[in-house]
Design a protein around this ligand. Structure first.
Ligand SMILES: Nc1ncnc2c1ncn2[C@@H]1O[C@H](COP(=O)(O)OP(=O)(O)O)[C@@H](O)[C@H]1O
Ligand SMILES: [Mg+2]
Length: 229
């Protein structure tokens, strides 16, 4: 997979028949089957550190849900280092934070993408107090409004060990996937990330082992059921 500097590099969008796209589809299917009792409608990908593949995974997952005909909203809740606007070549002048501060209407900030059924909500201007904003009552009300408008809502978040933001967002999610950059991140850090998620009672659905190495092109991606591996 190439550097996703724009949506033209989103493998599931440009090359839906590739084995990597197939892997993202099976991840989607595994998520669907991971809980029988309730539908997963709000989802995020967590990781211990940055660069493990959170944004790549959640974005490709968003595309596969959209390709299935679901109305999908991908929200940039990485208020420390937002990247979805780059990926989809949109402005970040307004976004989630503008909505939370009541400065703009939903229709002004939610952007269509080149992918049918997929909309994004960029982060908007970076605030001084991201954790507080993400944990606000206003955020919860907004999410309820968005759930009426979209079938699936996916959050891109910062690393779980760096700041509390992603633990806060996980409390809004029906499911959390932990992505681990295989071979690069120490086991103790992965264990710490998992215990942070357990601590806030996040519903961990499973672990994705992501291998960024470009030499093993057919073996990028493994999904483990159950989250305990
Ligand atoms: N499976 C993969 N194969 C190849 N490159 C990948 C893969 N997953 C992520 N990358 C690359 O690794 C870098 C970091 O990934 P990113 O999704 O931005 O991580 P995070 O959001 O966790 O910081 C990006 O340049 C991305 O293109
Ligand atoms: Mg990211």
């Amino acid at each position: 997979m190439r550097q996703p500097s724009s949506e033209h590099n989103l493998v599931t969008h440009v090359n839906p028949k590739s084995p990597i796209s197939e892997a993202y589809r099976s991840l989607r299917t595994n998520i669907q089957f991971s809980t029988l009792d309730h539908q997963i409608r709000v989802l995020m990908v967590a990781s211990a550190k940055s660069g493990e593949g959170k944004t790549t995974t959640i974005t490709n997952l968003a595309v596969t849900y959209a390709q299935e005909g679901k109305k999908v909203l991908l929200i940039d809740a990485d208020l420390r280092k937002p990247s979805l606007h780059h990926l989809f070549q949109q402005s970040n002048r307004v976004g989630l934070t503008s909505l939370l501060f009541g400065q703009h209407a939903l229709s002004e900030v939610i952007k269509d993408t080149n992918v049918d059924n997929l909309s994004i909500l960029p982060s908007g201007p970076i605030p001084p107090n991201p954790s507080e904003i993400l944990g606000s009552q206003r955020m919860q009300t907004l999410l309820e409004e968005l759930k009426d408008m979209f079938d699936i809502i996916l959050f891109d978040t910062p690393p779980i060990l760096a700041v509390t933001d992603s633990a806060i967002v996980s409390s809004y999610c029906d499911g959390v996937i932990l992505v681990v950059h295989a071979g690069k991140v120490k086991k103790s850090l992965v264990a710490k990330a998992k215990s942070n998620l357990d601590h806030v009672k996040a519903k961990l659905l499973g672990v994705v082992l992501n291998n960024n190495s470009r030499t093993r092109s057919n073996d990028h991606y493994h999904y483990y059921y159950g989250g305990n591996e």
